[in-house]
Design a protein around this ligand. Structure first.
Ligand code: CS2
Ligand code: MN
Length: 362
């Protein structure tokens, strides 16, 4: 396991590489070319410049999150094959620069969906939150407007203003796309990219849909163990793997997170570990990472990763906004640093117990 932090690049992030380097135990970043539109080609020079920026700060690139998938690929539109050709060339360029992990998602229209970006908790911290009744009452085309006021001026991943300006057309593109069709298009994409992934040993790690159910009538497929196993079987190659995001799979309380980790052994290439606090099944907020602050048993999640031999990067996912920080919601420095430290502490304890031959179960 390697502890990492997500980094959006110097033009977009309020957190610096120098700050990330001072978090104990964090040796790598998960980063991206944030200005790229889905479907666009990443050149080798652009990738090398990003790599040099990260390495100059004494860190390294542990993986890319994300090389986004265009809507044409998701719906199987006329530009699909051109966008896949660009994707393949991007993977080749990443491979040549010695980058071997790519996180992506296959969610229609919106990436993660939250109804509040700054819900105030009793301790004064603010967090992202989701309320199903609020979603049900909302016109989907107004979704972006309804939350963007609390974004602290940041461009949020998957909510690029360029795309959101055309949200009506985006919904129209998906009018005939049900879960089966979306699944077929995912398999089509994966089959096309597997040869280049094999050639350069690039592990593809699909991020789950968040929340893990259909929102605004749009199909969502990466939501539970059955669907992921089906996807892995359809393209049975170790390079076709997953990002295990506890906070996304965990939105559905029927997903048993440690059990899922064990079932996906060997195919989890990247992990996002965070907690959620449920106030009711349709209302949750992104609490601190600590088990007692939320609903999940973080020790059991880390233990399942440890015991299945997980050796990829982990990052704390969204953090709370604390200590007066102003940053992209979920992506401030302070609470993610606390999260990384806590997760590292759990891992150290599990590892030491295992090496002493002591049972890791308390
Ligand atoms: C992330 C996702 O911020 C988040 O919730 O976990 O935006 C994630 O980066 C993408 O879905 C991956 O493509
Ligand atoms: Mn995540």
């Amino acid at each position: 396991m390697e502890m990492t932090l997500r980094y959006y690049g110097k033009d977009y992030d309020t957190v610096t590489l120098q700050q990330i380097r001072q978090i104990p135990g964090v040796t790598g970043v998960i980063t991206t070319l944030y200005s790229k539109q889905p479907g666009e080609l990443w050149t080798r020079e652009e990738i090398r410049a990003l790599k040099e920026e990260v390495e100059a700060a004494g860190l390294h690139i542990s993986g890319i999150e994300s090389v986004n998938i265009s809507d044409a690929i998701k719906v199987g539109g006329p530009e699909r094959d051109q966008h896949i050709a660009n994707y393949i060339e991007t993977l080749e360029n990443l491979g040549k620069e010695d980058i071997h992990l790519v996180c992506y998602n296959f969610m229609p229209v919106f990436d993660w969906t939250r109804t509040e970006l700054a819900r105030v908790r009793p301790d004064g911290s603010t967090v992202l939150a989701y309320n199903q009744a609020a979603v049900d009452a909302l016109d989907p085309e107004k979704m972006f407007e309804s939350i963007s006021g609390d974004s602290n001026g940041a461009i949020m991943p998957g909510w690029e203003p360029e795309r959101m300006a055309h949200v009506k057309e985006l919904f129209e593109m998906y009018a005939d796309i049900d879960s089966e069709k979306l699944f077929e298009n995912l398999v089509y994409f994966l089959k096309k990219i597997m040869p280049v992934c094999n050639e350069y040993d690039i592990r593809m790690a699909i991020h789950p849909d968040d929340p893990a159910w259909s929102v605004f009538g749009l199909p969502r497929i990466i939501i539970n163990k059955e669907n992921i196993l089906r996807m892995m079987k359809a393209v049975d190659d170790v390079h076709n793997g997953v990002t295990f995001c506890s906070g996304s799979y965990g939105t559905n309380l029927e997903n048993d997170l440690p059990e899922m980790i064990r079932a996906l052994k060997g195919r989890i290439h990247f992990a996002h570990v965070r907690n959620l606090k449920f106030n009711s099944p349709g209302d949750f907020e992104e609490s601190a990472h600590l088990s007692s602050d939320g609903t999940f048993d973080m020790y059991e999640i880390m233990r399942a990763l440890y015991e299945t031999g997980f050796d990829g990067p982990i990052r704390p996912d969204h953090g709370r906004m604390i200590w007066g920080e102003k940053a992209m919601p979920g992506y401030g420095l302070y609470d993610r640093a606390l999260g990384a430290t806590y997760l590292n502490g759990l891992w150290e304890a599990i590892d030491k117990a295992a090496h002493r031959g002591a049972p890791s179960q308390p």
